[in-house]
Design a protein around this ligand. Sequence first.
Ligand SMILES: Cc1cc2nc3c(=O)[nH]c(=O)nc-3n(C[C@H](O)[C@H](O)[C@H](O)COP(=O)(O)OP(=O)(O)OC[C@H]3O[C@@H](n4cnc5c(N)ncnc54)[C@H](O)[C@@H]3O)c2cc1C
Length: 484
Amino acid sequence: MPKHAIILHWFRRDLRLTDNTALNAAAKDGAQVVPVYVLSDWKKAHQWTGSIRQQFLCGCLDSLARNLGKLGSRLILRTGRADLEIEKLILETKATAVYFNRDYDPYGRDMEKKVQAVCARYGVVCQSYKDRVLHEPDEVLTGSGGPYRVYTPYSRNWLALDKTAPTGKPTTLGAVRLIPSDPLPTLEHWELPTTLAALPAGGERAARERMKGFIEYRTLMSYAQKRNTPAGITTSRLGQDLRFGLISIRELYARCIAAAGGALSQGGQGDSPSISNRLSIETYIKELAWREFYQAILWYYPSVFDEEFTPKFRGLPWSGSDEDFQSWSQGKTGFPIVDAGMRELLSTGFMHNRVRMIVSMFLTKDLHCHWKLGESFFMQHLVDGENASNNGGWQWSAGTGADAAPYFRIQNPWTQTKNYDPEGHYIRQWVPELKNVPAERFLAAPKDGRALAPGYLLPIVDHGRERQRTLAIFAKHVGSSADF
Ligand SMILES: Cc1cc2nc3c(=O)[nH]c(=O)nc-3n(C[C@H](O)[C@H](O)[C@H](O)COP(=O)(O)OP(=O)(O)OC[C@H]3O[C@@H](n4cnc5c(N)ncnc54)[C@H](O)[C@@H]3O)c2cc1C
């Protein structure tokens, strides 16, 4: 006997049917589940998103609506503030419960509180679930019960905890009566311009194909050796799928463990995968822990959106010019690896992690632009843009964040090219002006004052000089900071 006649399932960053914790619970507890997604109502421009990710979201909602249709259900779309729209739907449907999966960023948490308040006002049950992480922030704490500020001990603790196994998907959600729904959105909904970026396909099925492909075609098995190579497909490319919850983190983890022969810590024996394959799988799983580390940082220190995580770096003078920021954002700095990264981002909504580190350090340490400028630009262009990881990545590169790169360790874009794109494959793919230039010319600034190719700029700054400037600025600031 179901507990409720009608339950609203509020879809958020969980746009899938498979192994969706709150949705499965709603299917079990309700005779009928009304699936709801609330679209935002901002127009034209947003500091934290742009056409690329909204276009991807449109594809995800379209796919979700079709998948729900196959179950005999229907996605109800509304626009505006989630709590107000859910309130209207409680009144329209006479639902006696609202179920959803928890979000860990300050905006998501704030909205959850508002939805809980609405439910309380109407005497409606409000149930929230852990779904988007393997371990919620309060499950991974130091011996004294506080949050970790450093990744390595966090990850050791995170890795040792038992992980929940994935489950299946609901077989029925009941039919949804004639409740009005907004149409599936296009970019016009937000009055955003069309994007020409070549984006991955949205939706659960495409994401599941990517996940299976990553594991079955063995990119996973070479992850430890190749993950720092930006040319070709060397990483999972699942960032957007985890961001929108198109795949379940429990299923991804379980598939990785199965590929490792059932456990990470045993040596390779018999038919089990080789030690090098296990190392790759373990390395990959540690990246999933970085994702949850940054969500925990945001949970415990939401002020990282406004200020540097490390107090001694607050108030640093960022003197970068608007002109330099524009050059960077358009991929026109005269540093081939930086320009390749920025152009990959603009063309595809993706940038390889190694190159994200290079371009973000370049913006903050060579051009002296505030990390918040880059943080916002990335959020507007990344298809996997996710504010906890993005803030963490930017503060890492700026040297100001949790477990950040020390400020005096400044990556040299020329040396980084030598280490990670020595033959120039990545650079030539994204900077066509350079396609006939020999790779060794990408490894140092041109000494003869001549551009690398017609139409390609000379470097806009001298890395060595800017490095010295940054060291001096940071040292002076730290020396004068009362909060050391
Ligand atoms: C400046 C900067 C900004 C970044 N912004 C984002 C962002 O907005 N969204 C985002 O998901 N990641 C971000 N990252 C982390 C990382 O670059 C991407 O997660 C990764 O490149 C996505 O590609 P992938 O799925 O092929 O990664 P893989 O290497 O295959 O990793 C698998 C998954 O692990 C997680 N992951 C991997 N590395 C990190 C990391 N360093 N921090 C947090 N999670 C990680 C991601 O969910 C990723 O999809 C940023 C890194 C930097 C340096």
